[in-house]
Write a protein that binds this ligand. Structure first.
Ligand SMILES: [Zn+2]
Length: 363
């Protein structure tokens, strides 16, 4: 029997990267809808829960309750525990910009100059303690749900996984076996962010890492499983679905202006054309692509190389979820296809741990 192609449906559970947005509207409510749809098909959603943002809400609870009229920490926690009880998967996601953030006059002021975990601390020991404390938050949700499961996968905020030497070592120390932060072919260089994934292994579905997510180290204790993508041109991203995801009335105006500025499109017709022609990795994102297009990409992906799990990681963001019907169509088509199955990141971690034990005598 040919092993099925395994799909991990990951969703980043967070408000916007500049601190705008609302926890009920952009996180809890859409995630609840996605989880309900997954349950119709008996599959689990893998939720990358943003712990740093959660801890900031906890720290500023009183001021937020005045501004928002409810306690977001309580709602996030209740949802996490409920999802774990229902068999969904909780994993760790961090945007380090929230460390040292403050809530002033109803707005969050973040620290964009520190987008990576490695930039937060000088020593390895500090990073290891930091990751251990954040892991404990997710594990605490599982415990409260009466689940024996523990977190096993990590995703960097905004794909900022470089430099990541201290981070990867800390993940390994805490038995976190998966990082899923890389997008093949992605490059970003700006004032604070320097990432270059062009040199990442091209043909593998996943690879072991130790110092850099884009560099294979067969002795590494963490496996990088990239978010599935294909190289294309920016013009291919101009689909109605993606434009709605980024620019609908659901997205704060301030965030829309910031996105346009970050893209550096320019104002002349020539600069716009140059922008649209840029080569760019297009992610398998169930909030930016139609169900039909996603299925085509998934079915047309080349077979996994020998020795690799045939795993494809999809991404979505709670704040961009709008179309329940299309998400349901996608899951119905996957359920009807004998060559595909949805699995959780925890299941993939389990398979990887078994392999490590087989080949290396222990993780
Ligand atoms: Zn994020």
């Amino acid at each position: 029997m040919i092993p099925k192609r395994q799909l991990v449906l990951t969703v980043d559970h967070e408000i916007f990267g500049n601190g705008s947005g609302d926890v009920r509207r952009h996180v809890v409510e859409p995630t609840g809808r996605m989880a309900d749809i997954c349950e119709k098909f008996g599959v689990s959603l893998t939720v990358f829960f943003e712990v740093e943002e959660y801890l900031a809400f906890e720290r500023e609870r009183e001021a937020i309750m005045v501004a928002w009229g409810y306690d977001p920490t309580a709602e996030l926690r209740a949802q996490a525990v409920d999802l774990a009880k229902r068999g969904h998967d909780l994993q760790l996601h961090l945007h380090p910009e929230w460390v040292g953030s403050s809530f002033i006059e109803g707005r969050w002021l973040l620290r964009p100059e520190r987008p990576t975990v490695d930039s937060l601390f000088e020593t390895q020991e500090e990073v290891s303690v930091y990751i251990g404390e954040r892991k404990a938050v997710i594990d605490g949700f599982y415990e409260a749900a009466g689940s024996a499961r523990r977190m096993s996968a990590y995703r960097c905020g905004a794909f900022c996984a470089q430099p990541g030497r201290k981070l990867l070592r800390a993940l390994a120390e805490h038995g976190i076996v998966i990082d899923s932060s890389l997008v093949k072919g992605m490059v970003r260089q700006d004032e604070h962010v320097h990432l270059d994934f062009i040199g990442a292994p091209v043909d593998c579905r996943h690879w072991r890492v130790s110092e850099d997510v884009a560099v294979e180290d067969t002795a590494g204790r963490v496996t990088e499983i990239p978010i599935y993508s294909r190289m294309g041109r920016r013009v291919q991203q101009l689909t109605p679905r993606r434009l709605m995801a980024k620019f609908s009335g659901n997205i704060p105006k301030e965030k829309q202006r910031e996105m346009v500025k970050q893209l550096e499109i320019g104002r002349t017709p020539a600069s716009v054309l140059r922008f649209l022609a840029q080569r760019f990795p297009i992610k398998l994102d169930f909030h930016n692509m139609s169900s039909g297009q996603m299925l085509r990409w998934i079915r047309n992906a080349p077979p996994a190389p020998e020795g690799d799990l045939d795993v494809i990681v999809l991404i979505g963001h709670s704040k961009e979820h709008r179309d329940d019907a299309d998400f349901e169509r996608f899951l119905a088509a996957v359920a009807a296809d004998p060559a595909l199955e949805v699995v959780s990141m925890s299941e993939i971690a389990e398979r990887l741990r078994e392999r490590m034990t087989d080949c290396c005598g222990g993780p």
